[in-house]
Each structure stands twice: as structure tokens, then as C-alpha cells.
Design a protein around this ligand. Structure first.
Ligand SMILES: Nc1ncnc2c1ncn2[C@@H]1O[C@H](COP(=O)(O)OP(=O)(O)OP(=O)(O)O)[C@@H](O)[C@H]1O
Length: 328
């Protein structure tokens, strides 16, 4: 029996959840909500508690304190199979002795669906991830990217209301990651399930998630709409983690100068200290009075950089002053 959805209830609600291993407080007082059809990225550095939080939601671990609710029902003590969710593990955790089709049919079979219907469901799920016609393949005959897709198809096949993904693209090379990111984005848009995605990769969060929860040392330090979190980090630590390069310590806090605040071709010319080619053009560092100022140039802007200096002006209205919490 799956829990009935209470009208107006969130798909998932964490209420002050904590989990400590020996002396390590892996998750501390975390509260979060997720709605159907929404994708939330749990973003944070290695060891901050992302996987532990996912395992608490999946029911693979029990919290020391707090509650996990799904569809308005308390599932804190319910086993994983009572939670109507699917999880894709970092290493995919496919069954090596089963072929692709049987891997994907496994979930529906466990739910009591007959063999024929489970097979039909599996074929449909494999088609959704672009693997139609390959169901007879053995797991060891698949590439990393194909294994990732099978794991995804297996998670989708039972039609879960919640999909949990732990670093889904981390074992793949850069090129494959980019193309799979696109596929995931399409799949997430198609599904009515809520998606919770664990990642330490800012680009993954930006391209896949509508909302982000930023974690640090077991705690959620910021949640919000993805663009908003990246535009307005709550602190210098958050800004640095989200990729901001221009953070200058000043008497009242840390001044964040985002790329959008740097106007090229206006004001004084600052000496170029360093030029580093990057995937999106070139990154230069300027000898600015605030400190070394990092600026990303498009290929065209980079081509115009012929002299020893670059004219740049900072639009202070686009800058933020943030509390410095980087050493706490
Ligand atoms: N079973 C366990 N026993 C003891 N300590 C654990 C256990 N699982 C996790 N931890 C510790 O809890 C903290 C959080 O770990 P967790 O794996 O949740 O972090 P993470 O953010 O997912 O990291 P990563 O991105 O590296 O996977 C770490 O300090 C880790 O060493």
C-alpha cells in the first residue's frame, strides 16, 4: 500500500532532520520541502552530508531526530519500499547477472506486476532513456553512459512519485556528461515525479534544477530558486562555492563583484596580470585597486585585447556585500 496524498501536502517534507555517525554530525537540523514536478538540487562540497540526507529520505537510514513526511504522511520509520520512491546510486548498482530488460523490469516485478506487463513497462522505460532495442544486452557489455541510462530507466519504471539521484553524472567523462545533462533535463521536464538531485557540480545544478539547497557541514545554509541563489549568495563561503571569483575583503564585509557588474571598454585601463584560455574564451586577471580582478572574455573580446591593459568599470549597484564566514 502506498500512502494516500493528502490534498495540498508537499510531496516531501523534512522537518528538522538530524543524523550523527559516531562523533560526526553528518546532517544537522535540516528542513526542506519538495513538490511534485519540481527538481531540487542538493548542492555542496564533498563530505557535507548530501548522500546521508538522500539515504534518510530513501529510508536507508533513520534520523536521530526530526521527521520525514511524504504526501503528508509521516514515513520516518517506514522502510524504503513503502515510500513510493526510486533511487539512482552513484555507481548505478545494476544487477550484473541480469540483462538490461530484466534490470529495468525488476522494480515492477517486485511490486507484483506480472512478467508480461513488467516487460512492457521496462521496454517503455528503456525507450524513454534512448535505449530501445537493446534490452537483451548484458550489463558488462554496456558503456558507462548506457549503464547510467539503464539505472535511470530502472528508477523510472515503477512510476515513483519521487526520484532520488546521487551524483548521477559523476562517473562519466565530460563530453558524455554534457549530453546526458541535456537528456536528464528533458526527462525531468516530462515526469510528474519530484526529483531530488545530489551534486557537487554547480553547472549540473544550474542546468537541471529549478531550486537549490546549498549544504555546508551538515546544514542547509541557503535554499531558493536556482538563478536567485547564484545571483545572491547569502555569504562569502556560499559565493565562493558557487564559483564567484571576485571576493574582496573590506572593512564592512566581503565585496562580491560578479561578472555582470564588470563593464568592459569603459573607465580606466588596468594592467593585465594573467591570461588563461578557458572553454568559453579567455580569463584574464587585472591589477585593480580592489585586488586582482578576474574577468571572463568572449573569444571576440579576447581578440580585441592587444595592449598591456584592459578598460573596465565596476557597476557597484550589481555588487553585494556579504558576511565573511569562510573560516568558521
Ligand atoms: N556510515 C557512515 N559511518 C560513519 N561516518 C559516515 C558514514 N556515512 C557518512 N559519514 C560521514 O558523514 C559525513 C557526511 O558524509 P556524506 O557521504 O553524507 O557527504 P557527501 O556530501 O555526500 O559527500 P560526497 O560528495 O563526498 O559523497 C562525512 O564526514 C562522512 O565521513
Amino acid at each position: 500500500m502506498q500512502p494516500e496524498m493528502k490534498p495540498g501536502a508537499s510531496l516531501l517534507e523534512l522537518q528538522s532532520v538530524s543524523k550523527t555517525y559516531a562523533a560526526v554530525p553528518a546532517v544537522q537540523d535540516v528542513s526542506l520541502t519538495l513538490h511534485s514536478g519540481e527538481t531540487l538540487a542538493l548542492l555542496g562540497p564533498s563530505g557535507c552530508g548530501k548522500s546521508t540526507l538522500l539515504r534518510l529520505i530513501a529510508g536507508l537510514e533513520r534520523p536521530d531526530a526530526g521527521r520525514v513526511c511524504m504526501a503528508g504522511q509521516d514515513v520516518t520509520l517506514s522502510p524504503p519500499e513503502r515510500r513510493n520512491l526510486s533511487m539512482v546510486f552513484q555507481d548505478y548498482a545494476l544487477f550484473p547477472h541480469l540483462n538490461m530488460g530484466d534490470n529495468v523490469a525488476y522494480g515492477p516485478r517486485m511490486r507484483g506486476v506480472n512478467r508480461q506487463a513488467a516487460r512492457a513497462t521496462a521496454l517503455k522505460a528503456l525507450a524513454r532513456v534512448g535505449l530501445a532495442g537493446l534490452e537483451g544486452r548484458r550489463i558488462h557489455e554496456l558503456s558507462g553512459g548506457q549503464q547510467q541510462r539503464v539505472a535511470l530507466a530502472r528508477a523510472l519504471a515503477p512510476g515513483p512519485s519521487l526520484l532520488l539521484l546521487d551524483e548521477p553524472l559523476s562517473n562519466l567523462d565530460e563530453q558524455l556528461r554534457t549530453s546526458l545533462r541535456r537528456d536528464l533535463s528533458r526527462l525531468f521536464a516530462e515526469t510528474r515525479a519530484g526529483v531530488l538531485l545530489v551534486t557537487h557540480d554547480q553547472r549540473e545544478a544550474l542546468s537541471l534544477a529549478g531550486r537549490v539547497a546549498l549544504m555546508r557541514a551538515g546544514k542547509v545554509v541557503q535554499t531558493g530558486e536556482t538563478g536567485e541563489v547564484f545571483r545572491r549568495p547569502v555569504s562569502a563561503w556560499a559565493a565562493a562555492f558557487l564559483g564567484e571569483r571576485n571576493l574582496f575583503v573590506q572593512p564592512g564585509g566581503v565585496l562580491m563583484v560578479p561578472e555582470r557588474a564588470i563593464v568592459l571598454g569603459k573607465g580606466e585601463a588596468w594592467t593585465v596580470l594573467e591570461r588563461v584560455p578557458s572553454e568559453d574564451g579567455m580569463r584574464v586577471r587585472l591589477a585593480h585597486p580592489l585586488g586582482p580582478l578576474s574577468v571572463t572574455l568572449s573569444p571576440r573580446e579576447a581578440a580585441l585585447l592587444t595592449g598591456p591593459g584592459l578598460q573596465a568599470e565596476i557597476n557597484m549597484a550589481e555588487c553585494l556585500t556579504l558576511p565573511d564566514d569562510r573560516d568558521v
